[in-house]
Design a protein around this ligand. Structure first.
Ligand code: ATP
Ligand code: MG
Length: 480
């Protein structure tokens, strides 16, 4: 009897020491791994692949959800290799899947594992491995669980907007053509010096769009809206486009047409964009004149029309910027292709005062009357030029204003008249050119309330008698 007790004690001590050894040295993970391997040998498995792109090179939404879900699993820390990234805050450490990393999971008592297949030759794929005996019972509820968890994570995490740029198509079509970085452009509608009324109308137009899904579908139209921001260099077009994206919490796809091989390539780029995004094409006029790529005009027109079935083009806002519309094929600007035209003119005295207030904190100054007179004599500069002068002299407002006056008198001579003159040429009064030419149909009086915009899809011409900025929505009469 005594001998049996001693043997049991020795075995107990041995087991305890082995346990301590296993946990202290981490060998427990090796033991678990071997145990799983031996167990697996006695089961038949099934594999389910979740590719990043479907055969049409469109993003596979399930891939994105599984990726978010796996990155949230604590078992990601048990993998042999895991990436560490800095999160939003500098002291945040975020774990990220490593190429070909194995992640274990367990659902309703069934062991599962995922492999993050990511070799540069093919598009990225997540592969689920589960026992055949468990498939019927858990596959569907497991995928629903993944959807629920990833949706919750997406909701919880404030949407970190992303800026996507397109790569050259020298990667034989694999692995997607967009690379993204966090979108942190500081511009908001508040930082852009623009007439408040005009800014509010753009906001209201965007809000109507965001709520307009059923309205567009009832009209049988793709739920998209396109804006043309045009005006001289340095007048805030790019900043405004960034402000629009931030306002809507939309990602930005910045299309560099010079990196697009041909029309087909442009279409496939579009296919890979996701909903809730701004698709930005800068300096379209320059592209159409210089044509640095093999994209044809009809390719651009189709791109602008979103000539794709609606599933691939929903919830997109297209923003085109130009320095001038004068040399552009008018087919590009017709209603339905460009819904809203917004002109960004050079500064006048009122926008100058807005800049002086934001950059120098000045509401008034003894030099203001002199500045006003120079503007009235037809001189002007872009907000970028005036902004830079104010920033350079922000510690001395008087010196800043004197440098603006000097610049207006030297570089700005006549530019204001030329800029305003574009409006005056057609009408002899301070209205926007588009409104006068009537090229987009009728002119709406300023009394138009925002609800007029809501009633109409397409283009409204709004006579904006204010001299500083025009918000000319040219109406397609027949659509109204
Ligand atoms: N209306 C404005 N209000 C405030 N800042 C402005 C405005 N316009 C331009 N700026 C400032 O000038 C700089 C250039 O602006 P932005 O790049 O948006 O001009 P742009 O019209 O896109 O010029 P380009 O046609 O050369 O691309 C930015 O730093 C921006 O902050
Ligand atoms: Mg720009």
């Amino acid at each position: 009897m005594m001998r049996a007790i001693i043997v049991l004690l020795v075995i107990g001590c041995l087991l305890f020491m082995i346990r301590v050894l296993l946990f202290k040295t981490g060998l427990i993970f090796v033991a678990k791994k071997w145990w799983r391997f031996i167990e697996d040998c006695f089961h038949v498995h099934q594999f389910f692949k979740v590719p990043e792109f479907n055969e049409g090179m469109q993003e596979n939404q399930l891939y994105r959800k599984v990726y978010v879900y796996l990155n949230s699993l604590t078992s990601i820390e048990d993998s042999d290799f895991t990436n560490l990234f800095t999160g939003k805050k500098s002291n945040d450490i975020v774990l990220g899947l490593d190429p070909n990393q194995l992640i274990q999971d367990n659902f309703l008592g069934a062991p599962l594992s995922w492999v993050n297949q990511d070799d540069s030759a093919t598009a990225r794929t997540l592969v689920l491995k589960l026992r055949k005996a468990d498939r019927r019972r858990i596959l569907r509820p497991y995928l629903q669980h993944i959807h629920a968890v990833s949706d919750e994570l997406e909701q919880k995490k404030k949407r970190d907007l992303r800026l996507f740029v397109n790569l050259r198509n020298d990667r034989d079509g694999c692995c997607g053509r967009w690379r993204s970085v966090p979108f942190t452009h500081p511009s908001t509608f508040d930082t852009i010096s623009m007439e408040t009324d005009l800014k509010n109308r753009v906001k209201s137009d965007l809000e109507s769009f965001l709520k307009g899904k059923h309205y567009y579908h009832r009209l049988g139209r793709v739920w998209k809206r396109s804006y043309l921001l045009y005006g001289p260099s340095g007048t805030g077009k790019s900043s405004f486009a960034a402000a629009m994206a931030s306002f809507m919490s939309y990602d930005v796809y910045d299309v560099d047409l010079s990196r697009v091989a041909d029309d087909e390539d442009l279409r496939s780029l579009l296919l890979q964009t996701t909903s809730k995004s701004v698709i930005l094409i800068e300096d379209l006029d320059r592209f159409l004149v210089e044509k640095p790529a093999a994209v044809s005009l009809s390719g651009v027109l189709n791109f602008m029309d979103g000539v794709l079935n609606s599933c691939c083009f929903e919830e997109r806002v297209m923003v085109f910027t130009m320095n001038s519309k004068d040399h552009v094929d008018q087919a590009l600007l017709r209603p339905g292709r460009i819904d809203v035209h917004i002109h960004f003119p050079l500064c006048d005295f009122s926008s100058f005062k807005t800049l002086a207030s934001s950059y120098l904190g000045l509401k008034d100054h003894k030099l203001f009357p002199q500045v006003e007179e120079i503007f009235q004599n037809g001189s002007s500069l872009s907000p970028a030029e005036i902004g830079e002068l104010m920033i350079a002299n922000r510690n001395s407002p008087s010196r800043a204003l004197k440098s603006v006056i000097t610049a207006l008198q030297t570089d700005g001579e006549g530019r204001g008249a030329a800029n305003a003159g574009r409006r005056l040429d057609k009408s002899g009064s301070k209205k926007s050119t588009d409104a006068d030419s009537g090229e987009h149909g009728g002119v709406f009086s300023r009394e138009n309330t925002v609800k007029e915009f809501r009633k109409l899809y397409g283009l409204l011409t709004l006579k904006n008698s204010r001299k500083s900025q025009s918000f000319d929505l040219a109406a397609a009469e027949k659509d109204s």
